[in-house]
Design a binder for this molecule. Structure first.
Ligand SMILES: Nc1ncnc2c1ncn2[C@@H]1O[C@H](COP(=O)(O)OP(=O)(O)OP(=O)(O)O)[C@@H](O)[C@H]1O
Ligand SMILES: [Mg+2]
Length: 347
């Protein structure tokens, strides 16, 4: 292993402030190989200061994962004035924190979260959205902000990460911080650390609703969210298809687990039927009809929305403008009624 090898694996870590890697951005000053292992010297300016711990952890992980699992890695930061860690209650000015999850991937969790956030903001609520899906962050694309960067606000010694704002929704996505093309093997562990920073150092201000778009299934990310903050409840998104519903039950069991104990606000049945644009009154139950009804009854969880499969919902996601913003369209009404039900459940 040479210093050059180390520098080339460090190029897998991205500086979210300019989307360049940390070597090219000058965050890595130099590296050295010593008898004790690898030493990495960092130059941290105030713009990337909130991310410094994530960088240090990521650096250790990429070197160990990609070069030598046994090697000791030390990181040193110039001008590293140790700060007393203030213990603040995370997200204390947020009234309702809601996790949106699904057992299976691709059932429309991000679409539902994006539209719910936009619907709540449209009604005048202060809304935040955390895209915690490190394996497939899609919120930036759905809001058309994939090229934007979160800002930094300095308050004395403390640096706050300023969310990107669009359609009245304050957004922070793992996609802003983690290069989607880097290997999953170290993205995973780095993700929980990064998510904690988004939660603790995000400049959210006072919010009525903060939504989390979680990755599918269960993961470290779920644990980070459920253990560190007080959730008002969870929403489970599913299609009516039987294979999706089997996973809904796993999701219910996770949230209702003794140690976690988070209320489930409801199930959103997405792709509940298909309606072609030219035959707006026709409903085709291509994934089965009311597939979630039995689960809803068995576990006493309301179905708080049924959203049809409509071409314009898919297109609006790709175009960076949630469908609910399109005035009086039929698809807008489904998400508006979801928002009403969520507001009721949070009272
Ligand atoms: N009701 C709908 N009508 C039409 N297309 C939809 C609908 N819901 C979701 N889609 C489309 O289906 C695809 C998957 O949706 P989405 O990305 O929201 O799912 P997800 O559950 O977040 O997926 P992942 O598990 O990958 O995060 C997207 O292309 C989206 O535009
Ligand atoms: Mg998603």
């Amino acid at each position: 292993m040479t210093e050059q090898d180390i520098l080339s694996v460090l190029k897998n870590i991205t500086n979210p402030q300019n989307h360049k890697d940390i070597v090219e951005s000058g965050i890595v000053d130099r590296v050295a190989i010593t008898q004790n292992g690898v030493e990495v010297y960092l130059k941290i300016n105030h713009a990337v200061k909130p991310l410094q711990n994530s960088f240090r952890k990521a650096i250790r992980q990429v070197i160990q994962n990609q070069l030598n699992p046994e090697i000791n890695v030390e990181t040193y930061v110039e001008e590293d004035t140790p700060q007393p860690v203030e213990k603040t209650v995370p997200l204390k000015d947020v009234k309702n924190i809601i996790a949106v999850s699904s057992g299976k991937g691709g059932v429309g969790k991000s679409t539902v979260t994006a539209n719910l956030a936009a619907a709540l903001a449209k009604q005048g609520y202060n809304v935040g959205l955390i895209d915690a899906d490190v394996f497939g962050p899609s919120i930036p694309k759905m809001f058309g902000v994939e090229d934007e960067h979160p800002g930094v606000r300095q308050e004395g010694e403390k640096s706050w990460i300023v969310p990107v704002e669009k359609y009245g929704v304050k957004i922070l996505s793992m996609g802003f911080f983690v290069d989607p093309e880097s290997p999953v093997i170290w993205r995973g562990p780095m993700a929980s650390n990064m998510l904690n920073q988004i939660i603790n150092d995000g400049d959210w201000g006072a919010l009525d609703y903060l939504l989390f778009d979680l990755p599918p299934g269960t993961s470290d990310i779920h644990l980070t969210v459920v253990q560190n903050i007080t959730l008002k409840g969870a929403i489970i998104v599913s299609t009516p298809q039987q294979v999706a519903i089997a996973d809904v039950v796993k999701g219910i069991n996770m949230f209702r687990n003794d140690k976690i104990n988070i209320p489930i606000l409801g199930i959103v049945e997405n792709m509940a039927w298909f309606t072609p644009a030219e035959l707006p009154n026709n409903k085709y139950y291509i994934f089965g009809k009311e597939g979630n009804k039995a689960v809803s009854e068995k576990y006493g969880i309301d179905i708080i929305a049924q959203v049809p499969l409509v071409q314009s919902i898919c297109e609006s996601g790709d175009n960076g403008r949630p469908a609910v913003l399109d005035g009086n369209s039929i698809q807008a009404q489904y998400f508006e009624s979801l928002a009403q039900n969520v507001i009721k459940k949070c009272k």
